[in-house]
Write a protein that binds this ligand. Sequence first.
Ligand code: ADP
Length: 300
Amino acid sequence: MYDYDLLVVGSANADLVIAVERRPGPGETVLGSGLAVHPGGKGANQAVAAARLGGRTALLARLGHDPYGRLLLDSLRTSGVDTVGVLVGGAPTGVALITVDPSGDNSIVVAPGANALLTPDDVRAAASLFHASRVVSAQLEIPLETVVEVVRSLPPDTRFVLNPSPPRPLPPEVLAVCDPLIVNEHEAKVVLGDSCVSAEPSDWARLLLAKGPRSVVVTLGAEGALVASGGGTVRVPPVEVRAVDTTGAGDAFTAALAWQLGTGASLGEAAAYAARVGAAAVTRQGAQESFPTEAEVAAL
Ligand code: ADP
């Protein structure tokens, strides 16, 4: 009945990465390694992750009419993402300038570019995509008013999954439809704000649920995750792997969970599968390059 298991609404960026001995201070210039350019942005990452697992996936995003935009379109199409909803033009493709030092710490500056021009009107114009999708997922690298319009555009039987990243306080209208709201530790604290009265992740899950979402998932890195819904809180054990690079783990986890919900899995089943996908993603370098196929997840 549905054409897509998952419609992702979100950002697409070119990640420009330079390795440096140390990150520059104010007024300082340092020489780094050669420049590496990778397709990224949380929306594109989620879409690629779900499609690589075999999910029927579409992306609603905005790119510039430039070589970085073409790089992103290539990566999306090669992974099997339907790009019918990818809009082109109006501003340059979003860019993230990333410097990484030998300890793995990074500094990132983002120019949102075309992502900032993904408007509520673009969402309204994509109504047919929303009606064709079992699950819609979003993040916060696009304007919040656009995410609000996504929520207003959801058909009655379409499920909504939100990873509020980068985090900010969320309006009750958005919180109320999240099923689930997926947060890591940092995002949980920002969304909870003054109501973050505990250091215990299981308390965050409970306190977040009290803010209105139908369900909440707290991701805990190598510790796995917590799933909270009306029926209580359940721990999702981690899958033990040798972590090489955790970039994109949260995007892979969220995409896998949303896709599994789109194929009819329960939230608990979807979160357990997502933990395997997140674990597989940390065993390889990079974001999109590290996302596993279904067969690689099964072999884990
Ligand atoms: P984010 O990237 O948003 O901070 P996390 O680091 O919590 O998200 O990772 C998302 C999920 O990926 C975790 O809930 C877990 O299931 C999996 N994961 C992340 N890091 C590891 C790890 N070192 N070992 C096993 N699984 C991991």
